[in-house]
Design a protein around this ligand. Structure first.
Ligand code: NI
Length: 391
C-alpha cells in the first residue's frame, strides 16, 4: 500500500516532471557526454527565469536561486548520466539512443530537481539565503563529475548539501535514510599472473598461470574472512578471470580483475597491502611472477548524522509519518561523497519499486524502470528541505 502523501503539488507540475523524465529517458547520454541533456536542463532552467545559471564544465549545469535575504546556502544535487546498456523495457519512451540507457534512474533525478527548482521559484518570497542546484554529469564513471564540479567551486560557501537516489529495491511511497556510513568506497584491482606457457600434455616444462591464478583467487578470500575485523565491512570480489586460447596449450599469463569495497579509510589503505602480500607469496611459491595494480575509486559516502536526522523530519513533514524508513548501508559507490567533503549533508533513497506492477528489476538492468510517483515524492522532499533550512 502506498502511504498517504499530505503535501500535494499542483497536478500541472507533477505532469511536467513526468514529461521531463520521459524526455530525458528517451535521450540518454553516457558519462562526460551529456551535451544534449545539459542543454535541455540549461534551457529549461532559463525558461523558469529568476536564476543565475552557469556551466561549471561542458556537460554540467549550476543554477543559483539567490533570495537577497541573509541566510544559509543549501545545495541540492541531481546526476544526469546514463549507462552503456541496451534497453529492454518496451516502454513507449524507451531509449532512442541505441546501446545507451537510463538504467539507474538519473533521468528521474534530473526531472525531480527541475521540478523542485520550479516550485521553489514560486515560493522565493518565503525563502532566505541561497539555494544552489547542482546538475552533475558523469556519476557512473570514475573519476566522476562531482569531484570536477567541486574543484570548479560549486560547493564554495555551502552550509548543507543533500541528494537522493531513486531506489528500486524500496517500494514507491517509502523513503530511506542512513545515518553515518551509507555507501562504500569502490576500488578496482588488476592482477596479471605470469607463468611459462607450453604444451598442455607437458606441464613439467611450464609454470601454469591458470593453476597459480586459481590459487590467488582462493587465497584472496582470506583477506576479508581472516584479516578484517568482523565488525567492519568489506568486500573483495574477483569478477574477471581470463587465460588461455586452446584446450592443449598452457598459456603464459592469466589476468584477474575485481573490486574492493570499504567504508573505513584505514581499512581501505590496508587491504591492498594484504592483497599484495598474498599475491606475492602464492605466485613465488609456484615459480610465477605478478603485476598488481590497485586504483582507488570514489570516497566512501558518510552521511552527517545531524543533517540526516533533520532530513528524516523533512521527509515526515513532506510525505507523512509512514513513509520514512531506516536503510542499512550498501556496498555500492556514489560520487556524491565528493560534495560531502565540503559541507555536512545527507544522501537519501526514494522508493521507486512496485512489485505489483512488475517494477522489480535492479539498477543497471536492461529492464530497470521506476514507478513515476516517486518523482513527486522527491520534489516534495527537496522543497520541504528548502523550507526547513532556508525558510
Ligand atoms: Ni545511480
Amino acid at each position: 500500500m502506498t502511504a498517504s502523501l499530505p503535501l500535494s503539488l499542483g497536478s500541472e507540475l507533477r505532469d511536467l516532471v513526468v514529461q521531463w523524465r520521459r524526455h530525458l529517458h528517451q535521450q540518454p547520454e553516457l558519462s562526460f557526454h551529456e551535451e544534449e541533456t545539459a542543454r535541455f536542463v540549461h534551457e529549461t532552467l532559463e525558461g523558469f527565469g529568476g536564476l543565475e545559471i552557469t556551466r561549471p564544465t561542458a556537460t554540467s549545469v549550476l543554477a543559483r536561486l539567490v533570495t537577497g535575504r541573509p541566510g544559509p546556502i543549501l545545495a541540492m544535487r541531481a546526476d544526469m548520466d546514463a549507462l552503456p546498456i541496451a534497453e529492454d523495457t518496451g516502454l513507449p519512451f524507451a531509449s532512442a539512443n541505441r546501446g545507451v540507457m537510463h538504467a539507474c534512474g538519473h533521468d528521474g533525478h534530473t526531472a525531480t530537481l527541475l521540478g523542485a527548482v520550479k516550485q521553489l521559484l514560486a515560493m522565493r518570497d518565503q525563502l532566505r539565503g541561497e539555494l544552489r542546484f547542482i546538475f552533475q554529469h558523469a556519476e557512473e564513471v570514475y573519476p566522476g563529475g562531482a569531484e570536477e564540479m567541486v574543484q570548479r567551486g560549486v560547493m564554495d560557501g555551502v552550509d548543507r548539501v543533500i541528494g537522493a537516489h531513486l531506489w528500486a529495491s524500496l517500494e514507491v511511497g517509502k523513503v530511506g535514510v542512513v545515518e553515518g556510513a551509507a555507501m562504500a568506497a569502490p576500488d578496482t584491482f588488476w592482477i596479471t599472473v605470469r607463468g611459462k606457457g607450453g604444451h598442455g600434455a607437458i606441464p613439467q616444462q611450464t609454470v601454469d598461470p591458470i593453476a597459480v591464478a586459481a590459487q590467488v583467487v582462493t587465497n584472496l578470500q582470506h583477506v576479508v574472512a581472516r584479516s578484517v575485523d568482523p565488525i567492519d565491512s568489506a568486500v573483495l570480489s574477483v569478477t574477471q578471470f581470463h587465460a588461455g586460447t586452446a584446450h592443449n596449450v598452457i598459456p603464459d599469463v592469466a589476468e584477474l580483475n575485481g573490486t574492493v569495497r570499504t567504508f573505513d579509510a584505514a581499512l581501505r589503505t590496508r587491504i591492498p597491502q594484504v592483497m599484495e602480500r598474498i599475491i606475492k607469496g602464492v605466485t613465488e611459491a609456484h615459480g610465477a611472477t605478478y603485476d598488481f595494480t590497485y586504483e582507488r575509486g570514489y570516497r566512501s559516502l558518510i552521511n552527517d548524522v545531524t543533517v540526516t536526522r533533520e532530513m528524516a523530519a523533512v521527509v515526515e513533514a513532506a510525505c507523512g509519518p509512514d513513509v520514512l524508513t531506516t536503510l542499512r548501508p550498501t556496498m555500492g559507490g556514489e560520487d556524491f561523497s565528493a560534495f560531502l567533503q565540503k559541507a555536512p549533508g545527507s544522501f537519501f533513497f526514494i522508493g521507486a519499486g512496485n512489485a505489483a506492477r512488475g517494477i522489480v528489476h535492479p539498477h543497471h538492468h536492461p529492464r530497470f524502470d521506476i514507478d513515476e510517483r516517486a518523482l513527486e515524492t522527491g520534489v516534495r522532499i527537496f522543497v520541504e528541505a528548502a523550507r526547513r533550512f532556508n525558510g
